[in-house]
Structures are given as structure tokens and as C-alpha cells.
Design a protein around this ligand. Structure first.
Ligand code: NDP
Length: 510
């Protein structure tokens, strides 16, 4: 374990920590490696278990962790544990980067912005394709560590690694030119990269959501400092080695590790972030970021926030298919996807049959440790955000019926394997109940009536509506929420509004 294989030597690795981890591409290898005696480049717990000490990636290099003797008030002086929520065991340490370290990374991104923003889009795209290819080649490595770090099943982790690869296929910019009627003036849109960005992502789909921001940011000519969630930083650490191997120019994409209060906050507030902030996470954090950047009006803000999404089940559905779709929407990735349909509303005519079929299906198919990964027990969902070391492999998902209208269970995002089932009588009531929530991220509509698909679908206050399906996405379509679920849209060409400035030029035709 950790040995160099044929064709690879230590100079091939950006850091000795990465070198140790890089070959652990099965759960067995990774677990044996973590349990092995400590290595010089790591620290270890009392039992001598290896702890992977993650390092920031700045200016194309991994930064050396400061030694205790050189630690100053401004250098990293703290680490927090990276924990496998399935076992509760610590496998790594994540640095809490200071404001100075954030600024150091932002200076690297600022220096890189000039050359990168003027690099032809086709050349930038080649770099991204190389990154995609390397993630693809190391698919199992990323999936294994995502599963260990986040607690999701290996199968689910593989799906997200594949999505991360797809993220790097960003379309090139198109522009429209028109002639001003009667004036003989040609007018066209000119787009230019907006500047240095702060990219901040949550803990639930770490690699996928981080690359969702990184790829268009780079494709549209911006540079960035990214901060993954400190709860799930491991695949971002591995991704830095991919950037290095792909030959991504130094400073174009930098990664600093740390918590929101110290590292994230310093990052979004910094005046060196000239382009803007692309953030995915909870609504409360989104509000805080808006406050923290309020007087820096030039910053573009893209906020992809929380959801409490309805699933509407009409009386005309084919029961088996409706049950499967509603269950997947509620409990995929333990309900820890912002798009999960956790409020299920069923038409009265089939309510009892649906509840019975749904309960039986979930009990049979969503077993913990199989399709359901680590999560928090229900009482804790009420007390604490469902994240971090407190998550464990627990009982199957929770289904709640007869919930009092107005209950917080119908209003607040739980972000775990908990779904409510309530009833409605008419189409109007279904729409009213679905929209009775401060969030507006996604909605699922289950019906066989073609006219209703549009009639109801177009009245739902949600940025994404799925009819008789869920989570099927063409990654170039606009993604984002209404109401408290955020502002701005990202995805394919829509991301260009986040990452570019637009100016409209007018010039004579003759
Ligand atoms: P948080 O809002 O707690 O954290 C998101 C990120 O923001 C983390 O990297 C966090 O750092 C960082 N952060 C926290 N405080 C600040 C701050 N003051 N300034 C800058 N950064 C900060 O969300 P979670 O990680 O708990 O993720 C779950 C939430 O994300 C749910 O509400 C879910 O619905 C939402 N989400 C939305 C999606 C969407 O596309 N709309 C997709 C996926 C999730 P750290 O964790 O290191 O403290």
C-alpha cells in the first residue's frame, strides 16, 4: 500500500501525502491503508492509524503545512478531523486556512487571471478535457474516497464521479449580432471573463458540486479560489493532483481547505475576489454571504440554496411506477440531495393504497448500508444540521403521515431520509400545498394526464420540475431555485451570466 507502481516515481506526485493515497482505489485498499502505521508526512492517532494531512493547492503546488515551531497567528494553526461517518473513525486532517492563506491563494488567482482570460477558449477547453480524462481514468479512486468521506454508497459515489467528468464538457460561447432597424448600425454582445471567483460548495455531493462550479469558471476564462466543505474535503484534495497532472496553468484553480466561519468568510469578503461568488449550500449561509458582500456591488452572486421539495401524486398514476419514483426522489443519497422530494402529497382517491405500497417498497429496497448510507437519527435532525461526524449508519428511512398542516416538518429542510405523506383533493389544492413553502428549488409531478403535466407543472413555484421522473438532467439546462432557494442560474451557457461581463457594442455597418 502506498508503494510506487511501475511507471510511476515519486517525482510524479505533487505531494508525498497524495503519493501515499493515490493507489488506494478499492475500499479494501483504502481501509487497510488508513489502518496502517503512520507515515512521516502524516500524523497519527493514539492507535498509530494513519491520518491523511490535506494540503492547500495554491499557484500549482501543494503548500507545505507549517511546522509547529513556525506557526504564527496568521498561518494555519488548526486542523479538524476528517471522519468516515460509516465507522466513526478519523482518517484524515483538514487544515483550517487562515485569512492570510486565503489571500495568498487569491493573489495566485489574480496573477493567473490575465494570461488565462486571454487564452483562446479552445485552448482552455483542451485543459478541461484533460482534467475530465484524468478523473475518468481514476474513477474508482475518487468514488472510494467519496464514499469513505461522505458516507454515501460506492454505487452512488460512482454516479457522481461520472457527473463530475461531464461537468468539464462546457459549451463555448456563442454570441448574437443584430442590425438596429433603420439606423444601419450593427450591434452585438461581447462577453469577457468577469475576474477572480470564490467557489464554495457543500458536503453532500462534494466532487460533483465543486466541479459544477470549477469547470464553467475556467471555461469562461475566470480563475478562482475554491473552498470545499470542511466536512468532506478528500476528493477536492485528490482533484488538486489531477489539476497538476493535467498541466492546468499555475494559479488558475486554487483550493483552500477550512471551515465557513474562518476560511469561507475570509474568501467571500476579500476585495481580491473581483469576479464574484458562486455558492451552493444552505439558505442561512447564502443570506450571510449576501450580507457580507453587500457593499461590494461589483461581485456577481450565484446562490444555489436549500430546498423542501414537493412530490405530487395524482389519482391517475400507475401505482408501482409512482411509488418507485417518489421513493427515489425522497431517499436517494439518504435524502441528502437538495432536490429530494421530501413532502409527498397524494390525491385522496389513492392515498391509503399509496401509503401502503410506498411503505412496503421503501422497507424492501432502502436498507441501511445497502442503498442508504450514513445519516443522522431523526431526533438529531431536529436539533442539528445533518452533517459531519455525528452521522452514522442507522435504521431505514422514516415516513411520516398525518402531519399537522403548518408543522415545521412540512416547512423546514431536514436534509436526511425523512419524508412526509399528506393528502389533497383537487388540482388547485395540490398546487397550493406544493407552493406553501419558503423554498422553491424543485418539484416532482406524477400523473398520466398530459394536459395536467403542463397545467400544473407551469404553476409550481420551483426552478426545476420533473414529470414522472426525477434527477434526470441535461447539464446545459438552467439550474437554480426560486424564492428562498437562491438567485441566478448555472449550467452550460447559463453559467456564462455568472462568470462573464457582457457589454453591448454598437458600430456603423459602413
Ligand atoms: P452550508 O451552508 O452549511 O455550507 C456550505 C458551504 O459554505 C460549506 O463549504 C461551508 O463551509 C461554507 N460556509 C459556511 N459559512 C460560510 C460563510 N459565512 N461564508 C462563506 N462560506 C461559508 O451547507 P451544507 O454544507 O450543510 O450543505 C447542505 C445545504 O446545501 C442544504 O441546505 C442543501 O439543500 C444545500 N444544497 C443546495 C444545492 C443546490 O444546488 N441548490 C445542492 C446541494 C446542497 P464548511 O462546511 O466548511 O463550514
Amino acid at each position: 500500500m502506498g508503494s510506487i507502481q511501475k511507471g510511476e516515481d515519486s517525482s510524479e506526485f505533487g505531494s508525498s501525502v497524495i503519493q501515499d493515497v493515490w493507489l488506494c482505489d478499492t475500499l479494501e485498499k483504502a481501509e487497510a491503508f488508513i489502518a496502517s502505521p503512520h507515515h512521516a508526512s502524516s500524523s497519527s492517532d493514539e492507535g498509530g492509524r494513519y491520518k491523511i494531512k490535506m494540503q492547500n493547492y495554491v499557484g500549482g503546488s501543494f503548500t507545505e503545512p507549517p511546522s509547529t515551531s513556525t506557526t504564527t497567528a496568521t498561518a494555519t494553526s488548526q486542523y479538524i478531523d476528517a471522519v468516515d461517518p460509516k465507522t466513526g473513525k478519523t482518517f484524515g486532517q483538514v487544515p483550517i486556512s487562515s485569512a492570510d492563506e486565503v489571500e495568498h491563494a487569491l493573489r495566485a488567482a489574480t496573477d493567473a487571471f490575465g494570461p488565462w482570460s486571454t487564452t483562446p477558449a479552445a485552448a482552455r477547453s483542451k485543459h478541461l478535457q484533460r482534467v475530465a480524462q484524468l478523473i475518468q481514468e481514476h474513477r474508482e479512486l475518487f468514488a472510494v474516497w467519496e464514499s469513505i468521506d461522505q458516507g454515501k454508497t460506492l454505487e452512488r459515489a460512482r454516479v457522481e464521479v461520472d457527473r463530475a467528468v461531464s461537468n468539464f464538457k462546457v459549451p463555448q460561447l456563442r454570441t448574437a449580432a443584430r442590425v438596429v432597424d433603420g439606423a444601419n448600425i450593427l450591434t452585438y454582445e461581447h462577453r469577457s471573463p468577469a475576474g477572480v471567483f470564490a467557489l464554495i460548495s457543500p458536503w453532500n455531493m462534494p466532487l460533483y458540486l465543486l466541479t459544477w462550479k470549477m469547470a464553467p469558471c475556467l471555461a469562461f476564462g475566470c480563475t478562482a479560489v475554491a473552498k470545499p466543505s470542511e466536512v468532506t474535503s478528500m476528493t477536492a484534495f485528490l482533484l488538486c493532483e489531477v489539476f497538476r497532472r493535467a498541466g492546468l496553468p499555475a494559479g488558475t484553480m486554487n483550493v483552500v481547505f477550512g471551515d465557513g466561519a474562518t476560511t469561507g468568510s475570509a474568501l467571500v469578503r476579500s476585495p481580491l475576489v473581483r469576479g464574484g461568488v458562486s455558492f451552493t449550500g444552505g439558505t442561512a449561509t447564502g443570506i450571510q454571504i449576501r450580507r457580507d458582500t453587500a457593499d461590494q456591488i461589483y461581485k456577481h452572486l450565484s446562490l444555489e440554496l436549500g430546498g423542501k421539495n414537493p412530490t405530487l401524486v395524482f389519482g391517475d398514476v400507475e401505482m408501482d411506477k409512482a411509488v418507485q419514483t417518489a421513493a427515489m426522489a425522497a431517499f436517494e443519497n439518504q435524502g441528502e440531495i437538495c432536490l429530494c422530494g421530501s413532502r409527498i402529497y397524494v390525491q385522496s382517491s389513492i392515498y391509503d393504497d399509496f401509503v401502503a405500497a410506498f411503505t412496503a417498497y421503501v422497507q424492501a429496497n432502502y436498507k441501511c448500508g445497502e442503498r442508504v448510507g450514513a445519516h443522522l437519527p431523526l431526533p438529531l435532525h431536529r436539533e442539528a444540521p445533518a452533517r459531519g461526524p455525528g452521522r452514522r449508519l442507522l435504521d431505514p428511512p422514516t415516513i411520516l403521515t398525518d402531519v399537522r398542516p403548518g408543522s415545521r416538518l412540512l416547512q423546514d429542510e431536514i436534509f436526511g431520509p425523512v419524508a412526509t405523506i399528506s393528502r389533497f383533493a383537487t388540482e388547485d389544492e395540490a398546487v397550493r400545498l406544493a407552493n406553501d413553502n419558503p423554498n422553491g428549488l424543485a418539484a416532482v409531478l406524477l400523473t398520466r394526464d398530459g394536459a395536467r403535466m403542463r397545467r400544473v407543472g407551469e404553476r409550481l413555484e420551483a426552478g426545476l420540475v420533473w414529470v414522472n421522473c426525477w434527477l434526470v438532467r441535461e447539464l446545459g439546462t438552467p439550474f437554480g431555485g426560486m424564492k428562498s432557494s437562491g438567485t441566478g442560474r448555472e449550467g452550460g451557457e447559463y453559467s456564462r451570466d455568472v462568470f462573464t461581463h457582457v457589454r453591448t457594442l454598437h458600430m456603423p455597418l459602413q
